[in-house]
Write a protein that binds this ligand. Structure first.
Ligand code: SAM
Length: 243
């Protein structure tokens, strides 16, 4: 099983790197970007698979300049994903807004067991897990990413997101808990520009899937007139778009 996962990840990365290379025709540019991503993987403790976040980085490269708004990351941990996303945000000249408690997951009683892709996630999401301080994240982004495009929004999503009201072109949610995913969707989806998208790294967690499938959540809490288009539900990466 482990070998199969390693091979699947290896081939996914190779395919995505080839897709990314299409945006950088010169070999020296391809090498430059791959070296920078590798430096982050080698030096910053991360909770993402390279192939998952690469899908989002390619979406940044593909983003139509006519789609208004900033890029949002919810769930930074030590800033590995933040560093990568900041480099690509800079390349396409967009601001990156980073939401996190900077003290790990909130206390919760969510009974996570297995992902739909067959991994155990039991006991992964206890309060305080995945903690990275703002100082740690800043320092990693300063070193490996681009700090100039970043704006940090420290605090619990439930407190910081209701105060945020800028248009969003793309968002990357890696927040583990169904309650956190719910809050992010409730406040970020209404700000999403048409043509933009929300990528969730948690769309293979059954409790998060319940939220994504809950029509009454979308209609009554998010106050949508129409249900969103959801691609790849039950898989990493799940993508949410406006119809
Ligand atoms: C799995 S980690 C993110 C991993 C990161 N994307 C990476 O690339 O390494 C989940 C993050 O979500 C944050 N988080 C989850 N729920 C939150 C909430 N309700 N408010 C603030 N932060 C939250 C945690 O602090 C943690 O940094």
């Amino acid at each position: 099983m482990k070998l199969l996962q390693t091979l699947t990840e290896y081939f996914a990365i190779a395919r995505l790197q080839r897709d990314m290379a299409a945006f950088f025709p010169a070999f020296k540019d391809q090498k430059f970007w791959l070296d920078r991503l590798k430096a982050i993987d080698n030096n910053v403790q991360s909770a993402h698979n390279s192939s998952h976040i690469l899908q989002f980085l390619i979406a940044i490269l593909k983003l139509d300049p006519a789609v208004q708004g900033c890029i949002v990351e919810a769930g930074a941990y030590k800033g590995g994903g933040t560093s990568k996303i900041s480099l690509f945000s800079k390349h396409v000249n967009r601001r990156l807004i980073v939401f996190d408690s900077f003290e790990g997951l909130p206390e919760n009683e969510e009974p996570h067991m297995n992902s739909t892709e067959g991994h155990t996630i039991k006991d992964w999401f206890k309060g305080g897990n995945f903690a990275g301080s703002l100082a740690e994240v800043r320092s990693n982004v300063e070193r490996y990413g681009n700090i100039d495009v970043c704006e940090f929004m420290p605090g619990w999503f439930e407190q910081t997101m209701p105060l945020f009201n800028k248009p969003v072109a793309l968002a990357y949610l890696d927040v583990d808990l169904a309650s956190s995913a719910r809050t992010c969707l409730k406040y970020i989806y209404p700000l999403l520009s048409k043509g933009g998208a929300i990528f969730s790294q948690d769309g293979d967690f059954p409790l998060v899937i319940e939220v994504l499938k809950d029509e009454s959540f979308w209609m009554n809490e998010v106050r949508c007139n129409n249900l969103p288009i959801i691609e790849n539900l039950g898989k990493k990466i799940t993508i949410i778009r406006k119809p």
